[in-house]
Design a protein around this ligand. Structure first.
Ligand code: NI
Length: 189
């Protein structure tokens, strides 16, 4: 089932998400719904808080970027209770977008490599070093679990310049071709 994505300004996007236990109700179905929603909105990553569920899960499918970034080929993975243990490598800048902030793309500087520990859908634990575009997507999605939206990484000047645009997003004054819920949508008179 395709679920609505919450827009910027919703309090759930500011919350630190809760750990997930293996017996969480309907978890398998929820993860399937996350992928369905991701594909319906043509994204490459989606975190649970964006579906108004404040639990520590995100899904990544980087494959649509594989033309430009070969390491993205077939990179599809579910991350449950992830912990980024280390950020390292070079700083690199990349134009990020977010399904909760439709129409907005801004350059964000992040590290090129991470070491991450996480559980898969079977709750088996993995520890991996990840680099390239998957590392970029994972850092963005991981931030969502910590209650951080990517615009928080921008300079104060940039944040001031974006204020109006962010307000428009939270009020639903955007053109978007997937289902969303807007925290500050005004009712039509
Ligand atoms: Ni995002």
């Amino acid at each position: 089932m395709i679920l609505p994505i919450v827009a910027y300004g919703h309090p759930v996007l500011k919350k630190k998400a809760e750990e997930v236990e293996a017996n969480y109700p309907d978890l398998k179905q929820f993860i399937e719904d996350m992928y369905e929603t991701l594909y319906a909105s043509s994204g490459v990553g989606l975190a649970s808080p964006q579906l108004n569920k404040s639990i520590r899960i995100f899904v990544v499918d980087a494959d649509p970027l594989s033309k430009e970034y070969p390491e993205a080929k077939d990179y599809k993975k579910t991350f449950i209770n992830p912990e980024i243990l280390e950020y390292f490598g070079d700083d690199f800048e990349y134009s990020e977008g977010c399904l909760s902030l439709p129409g907005l793309y801004e350059d964000v500087v992040r590290k090129s490599k991470i070491r991450i520990r996480y559980q898969d859908e079977n709750f088996d634990t993995h520890e991996e070093v990840i680099e390239g575009i998957p590392a970029r997507i994972i850092q963005h999605e991981y931030d969502h679990l910590e209650g951080i939206v990517y615009t928080e990484h921008l300079s104060n000047m940039k944040k001031i310049l974006l204020k109006g645009k962010l307000r428009d997003i939270s009020e639903g004054k955007v053109v978007v071709d997937y289902r969303m819920t807007y925290p500050n949508k005004r009712r039509k008179r």
